[in-house]
Each structure stands twice: as C-alpha cells, then as structure tokens.
Design a binder for this molecule. Structure first.
Ligand SMILES: [Zn+2]
Length: 111
C-alpha cells in the first residue's frame, strides 16, 4: 500500500456537502453540518465537552460554531460547570484517518 499518496476523502471542512452519510474510510455514519460557508462532516453521536480557550479539541456547538474545548470524560473532569453537548468533526475521530496520519508522521520521522 502506498501511504505517501493517500488522499483522504473526508476533511475538516468541505465546500460541498458529501452525498454519502457514511464515512468512505471507516463506514461510520456521518452528520453533515453547514456553518454558513462550509460543510463539516461530523460524528452523529454528540459528545460532552467544556469550553476552554486552551482546549486542544474543537467541537461544533449550536449554530455550527467551532470552539476550542476539552472533551469531557468521567476520568478527566477539568473545568467547571455543566458540560455542553456538541459534535466532533469526523476527521478527528475516524480511526482510519487517525492511523493514516500516524503512519505519515512516522514516515517523516524516519527520513
Ligand atoms: Zn471514518
């Protein structure tokens, strides 16, 4: 398999809405959210998060606002207040794309 020329079919943002409601890489269902300019392929399952300016994750909240956040989990209860519900871009959660990105980084390191 030639991973060097791999071009993902799912990105953070798309100019046009995809016609597929499943990820072409991993087959998981996708929810397309329009932010007024772009179409964002997201996970259908909402997640809990907390807003945080230094949060390393981004989540789509309310009117397709992209905000920095910390993904809420039972183990990691950083921040105060009640966690909010939002959607994550599938680009960040797709296990196929994640593996590809890891491979790519590993490859670069070896050169
Ligand atoms: Zn996927």
């Amino acid at each position: 398999m030639n991973t060097g020329t791999f071009s993902p079919l799912i990105w953070k943002k798309h100019k046009r809405r995809g016609w597929d409601n499943t990820c072409p890489h991993c087959g998981k269902p996708i929810k397309w959210i329009y932010d007024g300019v772009y179409w964002l392929p997201c996970d259908t399952e909402p997640i809990l998060f907390r807003m945080h300016p230094e949060g390393k994750s981004t989540v789509i909240y309310k009117r397709a606002e992209l905000i920095n956040c910390i993904i809420y989990s039972e183990q990691d209860k950083k921040g105060d207040g009640v966690p909010l519900t939002g959607h994550r871009q599938h680009y960040y959660t797709c296990h196929v794309l994640k593996a590809r990105r890891r491979e790519y980084i590993e490859k670069k390191r070896r050169i």
